[in-house]
Design a protein around this ligand. Structure first.
Ligand code: SF4
Length: 352
C-alpha cells in the first residue's frame, strides 16, 4: 500500500528528496550546498517546499551568526556594522524608521553575541564580529506539492504559480507530483504557466524525473504583484489589478525568506504537532528519514490531525520524564532533539 497518500506525507518526502538530490538537472555543477525548508513565504503567498541553493563557503560564514534567523532589523545592523568602533548613527544608513528600533536591534545582536558594542559617554558604538556573507544564498526555488495532480488541482495551482511568476521572488517554481509510471498527462500542462517546472516523484523510493523544466525567473527585475484577477472565466474581459514590486524590496524579502528557511528547515514539523503525546513516535522506514507516526492510529498522521483537538491525544506519563526514562525531558523532548540534530547536520559550521 502507498504510505504517502496525504499531501503532508508527500511534502516531507519531497523535502527529503530535495535535500539528497537537488538539483534535478544532472548537468548542473555540484559546487553548492542545499538548505530545505517548508511552509514559508510572504504574508500573501506561502510555499510548500523551499530549496535554497547556497555557496558552500558563504554558508559556513553565515553559520557564525547562529542557527536563529536574522530579521530585517538585525540584518540592517550586521550587514552595515563597520570593522572599527564607530558611533552607530555614523555607520548605519538611516533605516527609514525611528532610531530607537535600531538601538533595540543593536542590543539584541549584542545579546546573541553577533555584534560588539560599547558605550562612549552617552553614545553607543558598534563593531562587527564578522562580515555578514550577503551572497550565501545563490538561488531560491519554490516547490508546490500536489501528489494527485488532476485537472482541477492543476487549475487551482495555475493561478498561484502565475502569481509567483509575475512577482519573480523565487528563481524557479516547480510542481512536484506523484510518479505513477505513466508520463504526467500533457493536458495538465495547459493549466500551469509554462515557466513552472514539473517533477514526477516516486515517494517510496525517492526516484524522480523531470516532466518539464522550468524557466528562470527575473529576480533582479521589477516584479508585478497580481492583486485581483477577472474571475468570469476565459471570456471575462475585465482588467486584473496589479502592483509594482521594486527590485530592492524583492532583494530584501528574498534574504528574509532565506533567513527564515535557514532557521526553520523542514524537520520542524514536530513544532506544530504533539510529540508530548504518548502515541507520538518517529519512525524511519528507509533508515534515512525520520517521519511522524501515531501508535494510536497505526499510521503516519498529518500535522492537522496531530494537534490539541485530537480525540486520541494522551499526555506522556510524567514518569517518562523522570526516573524511568533515561533521557532528560522524556521521549517527546527527545524526538524534538533528534530532529534538531539532523537539521543542524545540514547547516555546516554551526556550533554544537
Ligand atoms: S494520538 Fe493524536 S495527538 Fe497523539 S500522536 Fe496520534 S495524532 Fe498525535
Amino acid at each position: 500500500m502507498d504510505r504517502y497518500t496525504t499531501e503532508f506525507a508527500f511534502e516531507l518526502r519531497t523535502c527529503r528528496w530535495a535535500e539528497r538530490a537537488w538539483p534535478p538537472d544532472e548537468s548542473a555543477s555540484d559546487d553548492h550546498a542545499v538548505v530545505v525548508a517548508r511552509q514559508l513565504g510572504t504574508k500573501r503567498r506561502r510555499w510548500d517546499t523551499i530549496v535554497l541553493e547556497c555557496d558552500p563557503e558563504a554558508l559556513r560564514e553565515r553559520a557564525k551568526f547562529g542557527s536563529e534567523r536574522l530579521d530585517s532589523d538585525l540584518l540592517h545592523v550586521v550587514r552595515n556594522a563597520p570593522a572599527e568602533w564607530t558611533y552607530y548613527r555614523d555607520c548605519l544608513p538611516h533605516p527609514g524608521y525611528p532610531w530607537r528600533y535600531v538601538r533595540e536591534a543593536i542590543h539584541r545582536a549584542d545579546d546573541r553575541g553577533i555584534l560588539e558594542t560599547r558605550k562612549n559617554g552617552n553614545r553607543i558604538e558598534i563593531r562587527r564580529k564578522w562580515p555578514y556573507p550577503d551572497d550565501w544564498v545563490r538561488r531560491i526555488v519554490a516547490i508546490e506539492n500536489k501528489p494527485d495532480l488532476d485537472a482541477s488541482a492543476a487549475r487551482a495551482l495555475g493561478s498561484q504559480l502565475e502569481y509567483d511568476v509575475a512577482v519573480g521572488l523565487a528563481d524557479e517554481v516547480w510542481v512536484a507530483t506523484r510518479r505513477t509510471g505513466d508520463l504526467v498527462e500533457r493536458a495538465l500542462f495547459e493549466d500551469l504557466p509554462v515557466e513552472a517546472g514539473i517533477l514526477a516523484l516516486e515517494p517510496e523510493t525517492l526516484a524522480a524525473e523531470v516532466a518539464w523544466f522550468p524557466r528562470s525567473l527575473a529576480v533582479d527585475d521589477p516584479g508585478t504583484r497580481i492583486l485581483e484577477r477577472p474571475d468570469g472565466g476565459r471570456r471575462d474581459g475585465s482588467a486584473a489589478r496589479f502592483e509594482y514590486v521594486d527590485p530592492d524590496a524583492k532583494r530584501a524579502t528574498r534574504l528574509e525568506i532565506a533567513e527564515r528557511a535557514y532557521e526553520r528547515g523542514w524537520r520542524s514539523f514536530a513544532d506544530t504537532m504533539r510529540p508530548d503525546c504518548r502515541h507520538f513516535e518517529l519512525r524511519s522506514r528507509d533508515g534515512l528519514q525520520l517521519e511522524p507516526y501515531c501508535a494510536a492510529k497505526g499510521r503516519s498522521q498529518t500535522a492537522a490531525e496531530c494537534a490539541g483537538g485530537c480525540a486520541d491525544f494522551e499526555p506522556e506519563p510524567p514518569v517518562w520524564r523522570t526516573r524511568d526514562w533515561p533521557i532528560e525531558g522524556g521521549p517527546g523532548k527527545r524526538c524534538k532533539r533528534l530532529l534538531e540534530d539532523r537539521r543542524r547536520r545540514h547547516r555546516p559550521g554551526l556550533q554544537q
